[in-house]
Design a protein around this ligand. Sequence first.
Ligand code: 16G
Length: 233
Amino acid sequence: MTQTKGEEVRQRLGTLIAAAEPGHRLPPERELMRTFGVARETIRRALDDLVFEGQLVKRAGVGTFVARPRLTKQFRMRSFTEEMRAQGMSSSSRLISATTHAAGARTGAQLRISPASPVISIQRVRLANDEPMAIETLRLPLDLVPGLAVRELESRSLYETLREDYDIELSSGSQRIEATVTDDAESALLGLAPQSPALLVDRVTWTAEGRRVEAARSVYRGDRYRFEVDLTA
Ligand code: 16G
């Protein structure tokens, strides 16, 4: 797939952000237009996307800054399959797509690999008792899972597969949750009205040795899902 100008700008800005300290001020739009050789509109859209993702902060009349890391809370490390089992429900998946491509700046930074390293990207609709609950898009470094039988992931747990076939035991992760609404494609896949409330979850998981294994971006339907957090003083 060829990259659009906008995607290219986003990727280059991502690299710039990854290398900068939190609080660092980005050059003004005019200068970014010159550097990237694109129209103001393209720069604005890329900046807006990065602000939406929480990577940048805009201060009116002052400038655009690399965001400080947000406060995060810890959740339990559980797979969708384990979660459903614990609640007495059956789980399954519908495979939407599986592709391999270069990680890119954002996923590369999340997985601590070079943006040029290949990843496998798997998109599944997750079902509980045959009802669609979430759309998950996972990215795994390709060299960690050679020959992964993607089709099997319709009926088999990814975490189980990692454990049994690749001897990869996930020990911790970090997760961020934001409110969102479903777009047209997501609404159709989840059987919801357009623009239904949903929760957007970004998760990165790693092994006890600190090897980043998975960067996942999931959209959970807001009418059926609730997130529980254990609090400790
Ligand atoms: C959970 C994880 C997802 C992981 C999946 C594995 C969240 C937000 N996401 O859905 O990152 O890939 O479990 O499930 O919790 P599986 O082992 O059942 O395939």
